[in-house]
Write a protein that binds this ligand. Structure first.
Ligand code: SAM
Length: 266
């Protein structure tokens, strides 16, 4: 597999990720202890199964994407909801680590976690490329976290909808946070599973895809023990036609629970 995975940095990152995975650390035990109801192999093998071009795209996010402007707008709005650095931040389902790198470059002390060793290997490459020492990555299951009162902020960017059970993720996030800390999410809202691209990802790569609107996140957050909840609208894409912009604006006012960012405070 290709240039990306056979580069010296990638080979080194793979060795590191494999070592982390085998180590007797807290994250190494997660996949072994958890009784999963559905196969998680699709999530674990996703990066390999999408092929080299898309793997390179995933590693280069957001700059590798034709919609880079929209990515930056979205991540910019998301970042504006975080408490200011320096703080300890846990980035769950970090994938190739592009959000973790953004946060670390802003001055947070970041831990990124992902279930897929390949994703973490790519994230290690990302980290090295930026020469960051306030950033660490671990292979682990965000549905089985065992941190206690360690972080000021938990971020979940485009990953909670890949969980089998959002409540276990938010319970772990709640435990991981210090008192007064917050968990900030950005997820595709209602209608995600009906999207043809999503259906194709499930059929081709056997990944878990669910609708994860703010209403679901707030309900799980409440059950996990969070004290307060806020839903924020997504920024509008200024390229869209006026009618669509108006629809998005009205929707964000009258039905904010269909879509948007959620901030849960402990
Ligand atoms: C759509 S990707 C998003 C990745 C990254 N946050 C981004 O924005 O590029 C979803 C990520 O969630 C990860 N994931 C799925 N299930 C997980 C689990 N149980 N624990 C940790 N990570 C998980 C996948 O491996 C994948 O990297």
């Amino acid at each position: 597999m290709l240039q990306l995975f056979f580069s010296p940095q990638m080979a080194r990152a793979y060795r590191d990720a494999a070592r982390i995975f085998r180590a007797k650390g807290r994250l190494a035990v997660f996949p072994k202890t958890r009784q999963s109801k559905v196969p998680r192999q699709g999530e674990i093998e996703y990066l390999k199964s999408i092929g080299p071009d898309r793997a390179r795209h995933a590693l280069g996010k957001p700059f590798s994407d034709a919609a880079c402007g929209a990515y930056l707008t979205e991540v910019g709005a998301f970042i504006s909801l975080l408490p200011p650095p320096p703080r300890r931040l846990l980035d769950l389902g970090c994938g190739t680590g592009w959000t973790s790198v953004f946060f670390a470059r802003m001055g947070y002390d970041v831990t990124g976690i992902d279930l897929a060793p390949d994703m973490i290997a790519a994230a290690e490459v990302n980290k090295r490329q930026h020469g960051l020492d306030n950033l660490s990555f671990l292979v682990g299951d965000f549905e089985d976290l065992n941190y206690e009162n360690e972080f000021d902020c938990v971020t979940i960017y485009d990953a909670l909808h890949h969980s089998e059970n959002e409540l276990s993720v938010l319970q772990g996030a709640y435990r991981a946070l210090k008192s007064g800390g917050c968990c900030v999410t950005s997820e595709p809202g209602r209608g995600h599973v009906k999207n043809p691209i999503t259906k194709n990802a499930v059929a081709e790569h056997n990944v878990t895809e669910r609708d994860m609107p703010p209403a679901t996140i707030v309900a799980a957050g409440r059950a996990a023990g969070f004290a307060s909840f806020k839903v924020y609208p997504r920024p509008v894409d200024i390229r869209r036609d006026r009618l669509r912009l108006l629809k998005l604006l009205i929707e964000s006012i009258v039905a904010p629970n269909r879509n948007g960012y959620v901030v849960l405070t402990k």
